[in-house]
Design a protein around this ligand. Structure first.
Ligand SMILES: NC(=O)c1ccc[n+]([C@@H]2O[C@H](COP(=O)([O-])OP(=O)(O)OC[C@H]3O[C@@H](n4cnc5c(N)ncnc54)[C@H](O)[C@@H]3O)[C@@H](O)[C@H]2O)c1
Length: 332
């Protein structure tokens, strides 16, 4: 009988708990956890029946694990990933990859020399509607993408009431709308139509109480492919909606994440043709991502989002921040 791999979840706050539950739910891994918060760690260990629960990283990284999921705030992702890869273990890293480009090239070199895999947890990549829309775009059926529009909003205080107390309140720990949320939309767009080449952006703190970081952002961009684009997002509107529209030479496609469908139209006198996916529960995408990551560690699949792709989106995050702060166009 083949034994299950040992999986270490580092940081069992909001998303780390979800990963713990979803990896356990696959039935394909023995899950251990690490969190420096004693109360939280004890609670998660009890509720999920975890026998190996480490209070500090230096102890956890020396334990017997095959792969780790990094769910700490973003400024810790790269140093922890380097520790993991140095021990020849695989890593799944939560988004964003980091808050700056420090040691990213070192991590890339280690990954190459040690022959392990690092995957970034940009979870929209396993969304069945986005994946189906990408397959349709890649088939060439609609021609070349020429114009993209991404639009996203969520009432953050409802979905993340602790936002004032966590990494979100400070850009240095991965906070603010650009690094926290816009990065999902940008990563999805770069997956569909390739990397962004130049951009201008504007952002501001408009509404969220108790923090000063930006909660609203607009980006206009040009992708390397020549496609023009705009991406806008806020974290205070009542409707929970995210759409990504790509206008191609011979048709328009739109992913409506919140509605669980993608749609297309090619004839201006016709109407949208809907392509719905099966209804999704919140854990479903994370379970699919967990299964995919386990396949990757077994050599059966390629990462949904590679280290190189996540590093490219990190550069875009940085460029958006720079464009906002300096009020200038930035070339990546
Ligand atoms: N993919 C998604 O949909 C999604 C959603 C939420 C958060 N995230 C990302 O996941 C990461 C964590 O976000 P969160 O909302 O779970 O934050 P959180 O604050 O709820 O949890 C982070 C946890 O890390 C622990 N921690 C911090 N430093 C540590 C250390 N040195 N050793 C061990 N534990 C340590 C903290 O005690 C905390 O429990 C962030 O990068 C965030 O952007 C992704």
């Amino acid at each position: 009988m083949i034994s299950k791999p040992n999986l270490l979840v580092v940081g069992v706050g909001s998303i780390g708990e979800r990963h713990t539950r979803c990896f356990q739910g696959t039935g394909r891994a023995n899950v251990a956890i690490c969190d420096s918060n004693d109360t939280l760690r004890t609670d998660i260990a009890q509720r999920y029946g975890i026998t190996h629960a480490f209070a500090n990283w230096s102890e956890a990284v020396e334990s017997d694990f095959d792969a780790a999921v990094i769910c700490t705030p973003a400024h810790l992702h790269i140093p922890m990933a380097i520790d993991i890869v140095n021990r020849k273990r695989h890593a799944l890293i939560e988004k964003p990859l980091s808050t700056n480009y420090e040691r990213v090239d070192e991590l890339k070199q280690l990954v190459e020399s040690h022959g392990v895999t690092v995957m970034a947890a940009y979870v929209l990549r396993v969304h069945p509607s986005l994946a189906a829309m990408k397959a349709a775009l890649d088939s060439g059926r609609f021609g070349k993408p020429v114009h993209a529009t991404g639009c996203s909003g969520q009432h953050f205080p409802t979905y993340r009431p602790a936002y004032r107390e966590i990494y979100y309140r400070n850009r240095a720990t991965g906070g603010g709308a650009i690094q926290d949320a816009l990065t999902h939309l940008i990563n999805a767009a770069e997956w569909l139509i390739g990397p962004i080449d130049t951009l201008a952006a504007d952002c501001s703190h408009q509404v969220l109480e108790g923090v000063e970081v930006e909660d609203t952002v607009n980006v206009i961009a040009r992708h390397q492919s020549g496609a023009l684009a705009s991406y806008s997002l806020n974290q205070h509107q009542a409707p929970q909606e995210s759409t990504l529209t790509v206008v191609c030479e011979r048709g328009t496609v739109r992913c409506e994440f919140h509605a669980g469908r993608w749609r297309w139209q090619t004839d201006p006198t016709d109407c949208w043709h809907d392509e719905p996916c099966e209804p999704l529960e919140r854990d479903d995408l994370f379970t699919a991502q967990a299964n995919h990551f386990l396949d990757v560690t077994a050599g059966l699949a390629k990462p949904t989002c590679s280290l190189d792709e996540a590093a490219r989106t990190l550069k875009t995050n940085q460029a958006v921040l720079q464009a906002c702060d300096r009020r200038e166009w930035v070339t990546l």
